[in-house]
Design a protein around this ligand. Sequence first.
Ligand code: FAD
Ligand code: SIN
Length: 517
Amino acid sequence: MIKTNHLVIGSGVAGLTFAVKMAEKFPERNIVIVTKGNEDESNTKYAQGGVAVVLDEEEDSFQKHIQDTLIAGDGLCDASVVETVIKEGPKRLKELIVWGANFDLDATGNFDLGKEGGHSEYRVVHHKDITGFEVERALLSRVHQLKNITLLAHHFAIDLITEHHLSENTSKNINCYGAYVLNEKTGEIITIQAAQTLLAAGGIGSVYGHTTNPVIATGDGVAMAYRAKSKIEDMEFIQFHPTALYNPEGGNLFLISEAVRGFGAYLRNKKGVRFMPKYDDRAELASRDIVSQSIDAELKKSGDACVYLDCTHLNLSEFKKHFPNIYQKCLDQHIDITKDWIPVVPASHYLCGGIVVDKNGKTSISNLFACGECSRTGLHGANRLASNSLLEALVYAHQIFKYQSENLPKLTAHIIPEWNDKGAEIPKEYVLVKHNLKQLQALMRDYVGIVRSNDRLEKAIKHLDLIYTEVEELYKKSKVDTALCELRNMINVAHLIIGQSLERKENKGGYYNLDNL
Ligand code: FAD
Ligand code: SIN
């Protein structure tokens, strides 16, 4: 049993930013971060485009960024949240810089600003095309300097501890008391009792086979919160990024940043026709939902497997300076962007919904907070504006820190039972986990993709029920491990996406159902 003031689940931008702030302000309080896999593995690490932020109010304005966010969110953003996040952005970015993150400057010494879909101005601060790598590096380095943070890598949070686990259950409210955590190296399950718990467990991309996310994005935070009966909303709004590098085998796909289109690249179909102008006046720089839906329409019409991103007309020496990683990655795949078009497809990229939180990052469960991609703050509405995600995590980590600083929690005297897996065995048929994962991903890709229909969603529910039953049976009798827990979590997340899709009767942003036309 570990006891701590603050338990943080996840070591991406959201969890690390909160931990650094808390540890710096309160050196006497201890913070435990648990994270599965290596400490830096996260969606954050792969962020390319950058952080959208208004730094010069003469060239740009908060109002324009607010307006762009509201338009992208298609009427479903919470306007007051949008205003807070955008106006707080510059301060939070400056803190990140103080902690050591470097962002590119132009020849005049000002930030070199990029542009992405849906933005009316150049306002995306970036570190070449590996912004997330730099942010993660800087935050981890700060974390390692702070003595009151314990970072436990290869520690997988299985479930939140709530009233449900206590032998004496006297409270009518649901409270969170910490989490059960699996040491992935030893197989031991430890109980971490915490006065306050922060879920910062990231995205869900792996629920779809084709994704820009790394394999760790299995929706564990959302699933844990859901099982603990926290409020979860807007799960139907899965954002598909228009330009993942095409790979016939699918899987985790390399992203070709939207900033490449911001730099002037064109989308063409196989015949060479630049098709975006016919779908939207903003052409390649329409918001992501529109570009992905347009590509989907083109592919359905032509029967082709991918469309193409044409960079050949651009200033290629500048391109290589801005996008060295993308340039190299394409070369590794024998695509020379100076002559070749890049084959691209839309892929699942970002969860706009998630665990419902208020302005202080509080969930509907007492002492449980959520931050970053697993949370639903109201910023994104039906579709997130590009590069607003790192921004949201930075601002909400601060909001949560501020709230907790003013409401410093104490550990309760509850007796928390240890994890009970008496009678559980190491599963003999691991093929079941692999098989069901493949089935789940195929189901989500084929029935719950960019364009949905009630018929396909109903079919998806039926198939999912079969997978759910088989996996729950296995879970009940098994000694748990990461792969099995992740699969179980992805099934919960799929259930939420399909169920909430069926509830939405109007197409908005990233949600497009043929029966709602
Ligand atoms: P993550 O960074 O994903 O961190 C989650 C952490 O939780 C990880 O450490 C993970 O291991 C851990 N974890 C998960 N489950 C468990 C568990 N059960 N137990 C213990 N630990 C767990 N956004 C932008 O704003 N700008 C961009 O340019 C941009 N580019 C992107 C490019 C790519 C390829 C991708 C995939 C995303 C991009 N995004 C971008 C989105 C953005 O990167 C993410 O939304 C953001 O980084 C999420 O941060 P997070 O801290 O919430 O989650
Ligand atoms: C990208 O660089 O295209 C990703 C940006 C984002 O997801 O915000």
